[in-house]
Design a protein. Sequence first.
Length: 315
Amino acid sequence: MTAQSELFHRHPANPILTAADWPTAVNVVFNPAAVVVGGETVLLARVETRSGISRLDVARSENGVDGWIVEPEPLLAPIPGNEEEQWGFEDARAVWVEELGRHVISCTSYGPGGPAVFLATTEDFSTVERIGIVVAPEDKNAALLPERVGGKWILFHRPTSGFAATHAGISLSRSADLRSWSTPEVVMQARQGAWWDSLRIGIGPPLLKTEHGWLLIYHGVKETVSGAIYRVGLALLDLEEPTRVLRRTTDWVLSPSEPYERSGDVPNALFPCGVVHDESSGELRLYYGGADTSICLATASFDDVLAAVLAAPTP
Ligand code: BMA
């Protein structure tokens, strides 16, 4: 599996953004959504302030690697009095939706009921329109497909019930209006036993449409005696019926190995929430959180990633 272990290349400038790059004193910056707006790369970063509560801030760069300009005001932060978001917003994903002429942001809003799926839309990441909580707690790791399938919007997410708190997996729900969502349908579950993705799994960035299916970059967690390890794998879902898993890699394609992934607030957490497909260069840029502390970048050839997932077995 050497081809797979070398699929993604960490950027030599990693971590590309840390709390030290922020205009105000914050604890950590990590797990960013990533999109291209007017030629610029925009990251919507989870910023954990020194209260422990997270908000979502915008950072922009011409090349997606350096020269970041961080907006002084958060794009999304808890509104005082809104109980269900009083503990903040976490782990955004963002996708351009041509039909709406807007980006749809999905993130976790956190309150006493637990983490819930929250949607918002934006034209330019300067202002945001809140849709609100669309999937009740406990649920997180959500992203919308960029287009309707079978006439419906599709939202990937990860419901967790106390009953099935372990081995939580990836589900999807369907909607006609982005507000009311159908009962979750299971897409993919954690593998049992010793697997790298045996404790739970969740989507990474929004899925990418390819001619062979929806490319899913997902995180998988394994519990060990010294804590959880968050790694990354690939799967391919049917274009017309995305609950159908066509391929799933046996091995992970990215795993914590560097000091900025191995140590930090949460050691051994490599958590991608954003991907940019640069069609002119054929490059995928994967943005991820390193150890819940910093923002990192790994690149891969889109064709190589597609070849790797196509070579994976049908589960
Ligand atoms: C997950 C999410 C992520 C975080 C990861 C590792 O459950 O909360 O935000 O990066 O745990 O702590």
